[in-house]
Design a protein. Structure first.
Length: 122
């Protein structure tokens, strides 16, 4: 980040280590874009195993459904967790589906509060 953006995260890294967090010094991303990474991570599968066709010029549209309706999200809702999302301005992460369980989901606007302060937040 320092080389590409002129951002020095040394203090942040040191603070994380002081809190017993492991920081991988020579790590690389598995994917070249956010949509690829989210779709893969949230479904605990590599992109070829998601069964999503990615024709040229369609990015990120084919990855929207695997992001919005991920395996991880479904499993956590099944366990009673409530999904709360904040608007990012990026359509693939806008979750506007009805709750699949009693735990439910909701999308908060800027400055708003969740319906239940005791809810589990993801």
């Amino acid at each position: 980040m320092r080389d590409l953006y002129g951002f020095d995260d040394h203090d942040f890294i040191q603070a994380a280590r002081q809190r017993a967090c492991y920081v991988a010094d020579k790590s690389d991303a598995n994917h070249v874009s956010t949509a690829f990474s989210l779709a893969s991570s949230l479904n605990m599968a590599t992109l070829p195993h998601l069964g999503t066709d990615l024709p040229p010029g369609t990015y990120p549209a084919p990855l929207t459904d695997p992001i919005r309706n991920s395996l991880v999200g479904k499993q956590l809702e099944h366990l009673g967790c409530r999904t709360v999302t904040l608007p990012s301005g990026w359509s693939p992460t806008s979750i506007k589906r009805p709750p699949s369980s009693s735990a439910g989901s909701e999308q908060l606007g800027a400055g708003s509060e969740p319906e239940h302060s005791s809810a589990h937040f993801l």
